[in-house]
Design a protein around this ligand. Structure first.
Ligand code: ATP
Ligand code: MG
Length: 555
């Protein structure tokens, strides 16, 4: 059902349940769903849920629906709904048939509410929300019945119809399920199932002024779609008795089962749409797709790959115990994918100019774009009388064991000559601003005679290099769990050094790359051309996706 390649299967408790259900003949095929609310952009936690739900459908040759839980009109928008569809597809998944919307079921949901009233299992309550809170009780104290709880069926039907007809003010009345005000589970203390809210809805417009509550809507939507396994995060565990109560009491043949797993928390970032929205609204990031954001759009713009994110979801697993994961797990998965697919090129991001004093015309060599992928092709490695090298590949007073360039020392220029540094030119403050070097003309593709040169550094020919804007990203927060302490505003932990722009140089081979092209800049990391700002041939803009674990010359 999906274009994503199959990942090797790792078992988890949900798969065990599915295996047992299939073996027992409970279902022939499984149907899962991913049910986002279109009230923000998806984040890495949602990516996990997407990979889980769509991944299960894929592995078991079942189906997975995409259903928008659009019951909160004030917070929802078409922009969010479109971005969510784009994100699911980008991750490599395709939902079954059309997109579903909870609002597709508003008529059914209304009809089922009438059924509950008819069965004396729902009533219209006139208590104010404050009174309702008082009557609800606490974790240790039972609630008490509302004085309106025993209204007749006829009166409830009449009032509910008039709620729908718009006779009452917003919040003046609610429809509540009649369950048990003394239940130890507060979710069962006569939860509201419909509220009055005059809000324009992105799909139903002004047709409704009453909207069903999430818990009531979700289980019925699942049942109407024939979902077999309704998988959600652990905070819904205590809502499961309500999920079951609603379905047990309605004339719907299908009764999906809800299973809960723990939410993903990723260190040094946050996984809450509300808090991410706060970062966007307060302009603490450049937008939902800021490459530092843990949103799918942000990760995409930064250069994370769908296969890398899917691999990450596989590695972190699915369970009921805490799922607080270090960023290194994500970075490892991304790096592994990029290692295999990104052509390797040269960029210099902190340039130091080198003049070759014995330059006698250009001899050049060809180099592969990837050592293991000859099919990626080759390009000429340009050489010239002036070069750029990384400033930190030169040291005047090198530490012990230094293998890179120093005064009087030699290095191999990657894919090119052996070069000796003869002189360092300094500015008035004593900073090295240029090196004067000479090359050994006999060393192009050959070892030097009579000596060993250990270090290898990368370089670019100034005449051939192209200027590029290079955006370096670091962790968005300075602490692993920025929202762990309720007393402290998570924004106070923002990392002021999480974004730096440098102007560097890249080799001409990348000139025509389209946006979202991944490269390894040798020794520097994985980079990708920016989705928004990169213009092939005109304005080269690269985002650092992730650094390299090891550079090929360590010193
Ligand atoms: P947030 O708390 O960030 O607003 P949410 O749970 O309200 O997220 P929904 O749009 O309701 O967002 O989520 C859609 C699906 O994604 C739900 O099934 C939800 O359980 C799942 N999900 C959301 N956050 C995470 C997470 N951190 N880890 C795993 N699954 C998640
Ligand atoms: Mg939610």
């Amino acid at each position: 059902m999906s274009s994503a390649p199959l990942l090797p299967t790792v078992s988890n408790f949900i798969r065990t349940i599915i295996d047992n259900d299939l073996a027992a003949g409970l279902h022939k095929n499984i149907i899962t769903r991913f049910p986002p609310e279109p009230n923000g952009y998806l984040h890495v936690g949602h990516a996990k849920s997407i990979c889980l739900n769509f991944g299960l459908a894929q592995d078991y040759q079942g189906k997975c629906n995409l259903r928008f839980d659009d019951t909160n009109p004030e917070k929802e928008s078409e922009e969010y709904a479109l971005s969510i569809q784009e994100d699911v597809r980008w991750l490599g998944f395709q939902w079954e048939g059309n997109v579903h919307w909870a609002s597709d079921y508003f008529d059914d949901l209304y009809r089922f509410a009438v059924e509950l009233i008819d069965k004396e299992l729902a009533y219209v309550d006139d208590l104010t929300s404050e009174e309702m809170r008082e009557y609800r009780g606490t974790l240790t104290l039972p609630g008490k019945n509302s004085p309106y709880r025993d209204r007749s069926v006829a009166e409830n039907l009449d009032l509910f119809a008039r709620m729908k007809a718009g006779e009452f003010a917003d919040g003046a009345r609610v429809l509540r399920a009649k369950i048990d005000m003394a239940s130890p589970n507060i979710n069962l203390r006569d939860p509201a199932i419909y509220r009055i809210r005059r809000a324009h809805h992105i799909r139903t417009g002004d047709k409704w002024c009453i909207y069903p509550m999430y818990d009531y809507t979700h289980c019925i939507s699942d049942a109407l779609e024939g979902i077999t396994h309704s998988i959600c995060t652990l905070e819904f565990e205590d809502h499961r008795p309500l999920y079951d109560w609603v379905l047990d009491n309605l004339s719907i043949a299908c009764h999906p089962r809800q299973y809960e797993f723990s939410r993903l928390e990723l260190h040094y970032t946050i996984t809450s749409k509300r808090k991410l929205l706060q970062l966007v609204n307060n302009k603490l990031v450049s937008g939902w797709d800021d490459p530092r954001m843990p949103t799918i759009q942000g990760m995409r713009r930064r250069g994370y790959t769908p296969a890398g994110i899917r691999e990450f979801s596989k590695r972190i697993g699915v369970s009921k115990s805490g799922n607080s994961v270090d960023m290194a797990v994500m970075e490892g998965a991304i790096r592994e994918d990029l290692e295999a697919i990104a052509p390797r090129v040269v960029a210099v991001i902190n340039p130091l100019k080198v003049t070759i004093t014995n330059y006698e015309g250009a001899l050049t060599r060809e180099a592969d774009f990837h050592p293991n992928h000859p099919e990626f092709g080759r390009r000429m490695v340009a050489f010239g009388p002036e070069l750029f090298i990384e400033a930190d590949d030169f040291s005047e007073l090198p530490p012990a064991g230094w293998k890179r360039l120093t005064l009087g020392g030699e290095v191999r220029l990657r894919h090119s000559y052996v070069m000796r540094c003869d002189e360092a030119i300094k500015d008035v403050d004593g900073h090295v601003i240029e090196l004067r070097c000479s090359i050994d003309h006999a060393t192009l593709g050959k070892n030097p005679e009579g000596r060993k040169v250990k270090g290898v550094i990368h370089f670019l020919s100034c005449a051939h290099a192209l200027p590029a804007e290079i955006r370096l990203y670091d962790r968005l927060f300075t602490v692993a769990e920025p929202d762990a302490d309720r007393e402290v505003d998570f924004c106070s932990y923002l990392n002021p050094d999480s974004f730096t722009i440098v102007w560097g140089w890249v080799e001409a081979a990348v000139q025509d790359s389209t946006p979202e092209t991944a490269y390894q800049f040798e020794r520097l990391g994985y980079f990708c051309t920016d989705r928004r700002d990169h213009q092939p041939g005109l304005n080269l803009v690269f985002n650092r996706t992730v650094t390299l674990k090891d550079s090929w010359t360590k010193s």
